[in-house]
Ligand binder design. Structure first.
Ligand code: NAD
Length: 345
């Protein structure tokens, strides 16, 4: 493999993938329209002659000159706030954008890796989620634009694999965190970090007993690389099976930052998954992969980066914000203070 295209390469995960592929000696073409990403994430690569950045919307006609050996399709808003604000863009990049990226892979006879998501399982009735679980998704709920776009994306990938013999991979990525997450993307880790380091109250939705399992970015990139280099074409869960409650996560971040912020509770957003944990038996068996970095270490590294002034300035959302959709995800309500150290779950 010599030259790869990374769509969404200026985003959180995509920029780490750019780093890794360059470290492996490959040439990298990063295609990104900076909808939710930032050039800051790849600014350190601009002087590398093996790296090129193109401001490009992958839902449009997609052309890349010369040979391409692999296309890593990571372009898509990924946080609930982003896809609530940009529902059409999210649907388009997951469906049309995937179609265009697959067309480019077909033309170049390139390997194709899709960044899918645990959201294809929706609010799962099976726990933990193995790859053969078909999911429980509400197509008209606030998360439908993302979940259904990614489900369609997987279907597109399998159709190109079956109809055109395209060499494809599908990574079902579970919650990932680490440096270069955006401060304002609405996800738990950056929200808690921002609040704790500012000495503000930390907001937990619901009673905090809902669980998350969080994978540190370096582990995820290891898994993606192993998947890309494997010959396994069925979906593979990549995530950390260690589960913790959101309340525990808030308390851990508070401890690691040394903050004394109170933890306050707000009502649970609509369709917020109660439990999320990957079954990573396939990744263990097929890729010999599992996360290696303990959660606290990953959080400590992220805190250090954050303290260093890490998150770049807020990414301006230039498109119309759909206030109603955002409100549906996080309805405003009275804050309820929870006594110090009163862990739930
Ligand atoms: P991100 O928002 O940081 O990165 C997405 C990138 O895609 C951004 O740089 C954005 O500008 C770009 N983009 C969006 N629409 C585009 C378009 N039409 N044309 C070109 N570029 C476009 O998000 P992320 O967390 O890095 O997620 C990357 C991928 O991984 C996404 O496909 C997401 O669905 C998937 N994923 C992420 C997580 C996670 O925990 N972060 C979990 C599951 C799946």
């Amino acid at each position: 493999m010599r030259r790869v295209v990374i769509t969404g390469g200026a985003g959180f995960i995509g920029s780490h993938l750019c780093d890794r592929m360059l470290q492996r000696g490959l040439r990298v073409v990063c295609l990104d329209n900076l909808l939710t990403g930032s050039a800051d994430n790849v600014a350190h690569l601009f002087s590398n002659p093996r790296f090129s950045f193109r401001h490009y919307d992958v839902t449009e006609y997609l052309f890349v000159e010369d040979e391409v050996d692999a296309i890593l399709h990571f372009a898509s808003p990924a946080s609930p706030i982003d896809y609530a604000q940009m529902p059409i863009e999210t649907l388009k990049v997951g469906t049309l954008g995937t179609h265009k990226a697959l067309g480019l892979a077909k033309a170049k006879r390139a390997r194709f890796l899709l960044a899918s998501t645990s959201e294809v399982y929706g609010d799962p009735e099976v726990h933990p989620q193995p790859e053969d679980y078909w999911g429980n998704v509400n197509p008209v709920g606030p998360r439908g634009v993302y979940d259904e776009a990614k489900r369609a994306a997987e279907t597109f990938v399998m159709a190109y694999h079956n109809a055109h013999g395209l060499d494809t991979r599908i990574a079902r990525i579970f919650n990932t965190f680490g440096p270069r997450m955006r401060r304002n993307d609405g996800r738990a880790v950056p929200a808690f970090l921002t609040q704790a380091l500012a000495g503000e109250p930390m907001t937990v939705f619901g009673d905090g007993s809902q669980t998350r399992s969080l994978c540190y970015i370096d582990d995820l990139v290891d898994g993606l690389e192993k998947l890309l280099l494997s010959d396994y074409t069925r979906p593979v869960n990549l995530g950390n099976p260690v589960e913790m409650t959101v309340q525990q996560l808030a308390e851990t971040i508070r401890r690691l930052t040394g903050a004394d912020s109170p933890i306050v509770h707000q009502p649970l957003p609509v369709d917020d998954p109660r439990r999320r944990r990957p079954d990573i038996s396939t990744a263990r068996r097929v890729l010999g992969w599992e996360p290696r970095i303990p959660l606290e270490d990953g959080l400590a590294r992220t805190v250090a980066w954050w303290r260093d002034g890490g998150p770049h300035a807020l990414v301006p959302v230039t498109r119309r914000a759909d206030e109603a959709a955002v409100a549906a995800l996080a309805p405003p309500a009275e804050e309820v203070a929870v006594p110090e150290g009163d862990a739930v779950g």
